[in-house]
Design a binder for this molecule. Structure first.
Ligand code: C2E
Ligand code: MG
Ligand code: MG
Ligand code: MG
Length: 278
């Protein structure tokens, strides 16, 4: 096949695209069964506060344990679930599971438990009327205070003035926090800070990768922490893989770091102190 694109050019339907759409269809069909038979589970990654090294928050990340293919990445199936609508049901399960987990940690560990759990929410979920009501119900059912929940949204999921923004205002009114995920990679990062009720920016891994060499990324990372400080927002640096990166970020002013250096996402976490910087 060939498809005519908006600019008049012709796109040939390549085998790679065919393979991709076949995979989409297969995954889509399997997601329903996966949800019904309990093949999803949640893992949690520490967000560490410096200089104490305490795990102040955790990010909840979903995993699919496929009976034949093993663990499937959310990067592979979340887009499919968004497309076929199953994200609504899957997303509700994710929210419930993550809130129940933090509520349980709070009961077991008291002050040693992380203060917040961060849950990724997709554009489709956010744009549906009733999402804030779902969050309110889940908080009531699990007994988790609203201020312990952070809703993580990507910049691309939030269009200025769209229904997603209305939902974010409702979530703030409940007392939940809002974090902008992968901050700096969208096309209107700064514009969104004017219109969206944000508490936290999560500075994308792409600005952290080369933070130890004096290049453009370092300049951007420094500008972003100043911006966050100036606006009274928290900033989390994502994808911190080495002690050198952690050290450089700390010197720029970052106080919340997340990445493999501190811990990979896992089903169980040890909330003992992590090595502090310097
Ligand atoms: P994200 O929300 O930006 O999550 C961070 C991703 O980076 C996670 O991948 C995490 O495992 C990975 N990561 C964390 N630290 C490091 C590091 O130091 N180095 C490297 N190379 N990677 C690191 P994961 O779990 O595969 O998730 C990928 C994306 O899938 C997430 O990006 C998020 O957009 C989406 N996702 C994951 N879980 C959920 C969920 O429960 N609901 C929704 N709607 N989306 C989810
Ligand atoms: Mg996230
Ligand atoms: Mg992220
Ligand atoms: Mg990301």
């Amino acid at each position: 096949h060939a498809a005519k694109l908006a600019d008049g050019s012709v796109c040939r339907w390549t085998p790679a695209l065919d393979e991709r759409s076949t995979a989409y269809a297969r995954i889509g069909a399997e997601l329903r069964t996966a949800l019904d038979t309990g093949q999803f589970r949640m893992v949690y990654q520490p967000i560490v506060e410096l200089p104490s090294g305490r795990t102040r928050a955790v990010e909840a990340l979903v995993r699919w344990e496929h009976p034949a293919r093993g663990v499937v990445s959310p990067a592979e199936f979340i887009p499919v679930a968004e497309q076929n609508g199953l994200i609504v049901e899957l997303g509700a399960w994710i929210l419930e599971t993550a809130c129940a987990r933090l509520a349980a940690w709070r009961r077991e560990l008291g002050d040693a438990a992380p203060a917040r759990v961060s849950v990724n929410v997709s554009a489709k979920q956010l744009a549906r009327p009733g999402f804030a009501a779902l969050v309110a119900r889940v908080l009531a059912d699990t007994g988790l205070p609203a201020s312990c929940l952070v809703v993580e949204v990507t910049e691309t999921a939030v269009f200025e003035g769209g229904p997603a923004v209305t939902t974010l205002h409702e979530l703030r009114a409940l007392g939940a926090w809002i974090a902008l995920d992968d901050f700096g990679t969208g096309h209107s990062s700064l514009g969104l800070l004017q219109t969206v009720p944000v508490n936290t920016i999560k500075v994308d891994k792409s600005f952290v990768d080369n933070i130890t060499s004096a290049g453009r990324q370092t300049v951007i990372a420094e500008a972003l922490i100043r911006l966050a400080d100036g606006l009274g927002l928290a900033a989390v640096a994502e994808g911190v893989e080495t002690a050198e990166q952690a050290d450089a970020l700390y010197r720029l002013g970052y106080r919340y770091l997340q990445g493999y250096h501190y811990g990979r996402p896992a089903a169980e976490l040890d909330f003992g102190r992590m090595p502090a910087v310097a």
